[in-house]
Design a binder for this molecule. Structure first.
Ligand code: ADP
Ligand code: MG
Length: 145
């Protein structure tokens, strides 16, 4: 299933986050493993900002620390990963995701998945593409696999 949101401003992001939160919750009810979400798109397009918005929907109050200094941050059942700084997929081993991928009710949301997921042979359950339209607006495409 595919869904497209066009000309999304910052204040509209929660609408997309609500939709994604629903999709994740349907997934987690059915499956006995983690839900893997890929976030695709250029630097500064709004991937981390989206994680923050999704975190709010999930009732996570801590601020999601922005870009690329932290590889992995856990907020209860939500695990936020930023692969930007990996130079080769093997470095993804430091994330030690094997156990959590098999755990029910975990959400693993990944920026720059292409940098390391081959190390885990990982495919997304939900893949989200962000496209820059102008300073304030983005197009967001959901792919539900
Ligand atoms: P990324 O994680 O993709 O590198 P960030 O989320 O860190 O990007 O940064 C996106 C920047 O763009 C933030 O400063 C954010 O406030 C700004 N921005 C402006 N409009 C939007 C929008 N519609 N959606 C997401 N971010 C936006
Ligand atoms: Mg980011």
């Amino acid at each position: 299933m595919k869904k497209e949101f066009t000309n999304i401003k910052l204040e509209d992001l929660n609408k997309v986050a609500t939709e994604v939160e629903n999709l994740i919750s349907v997934f987690l009810k059915k499956e006995n493993r983690a839900c893997v979400v890929f976030l695709n798109g250029d630097l500064g397009v709004g991937k981390t900002t989206f994680v923050k918005s999704l975190g709010e929907k999930l009732g996570i109050k801590e601020v999601v620390i922005s870009p690329t200094f932290i590889l992995r941050k856990d907020y209860g059942n939500l695990i936020h990963i930023d692969g930007y700084r990996f130079d080769n997929p093997g470095e993804g081993a430091v994330l030690e995701l094997e156990r959590e991928l098999e755990e029910k009710n975990k959400i693993i949301i990944i920026e720059w998945p292409e940098k390391f997921v081959s190390h885990y042979g990982l495919n997304p359950d939900i893949s989200i593409d962000f496209k820059y339209i102008n300073e304030d607006e983005r197009n967001i495409f959901l792919n539900i696999l």
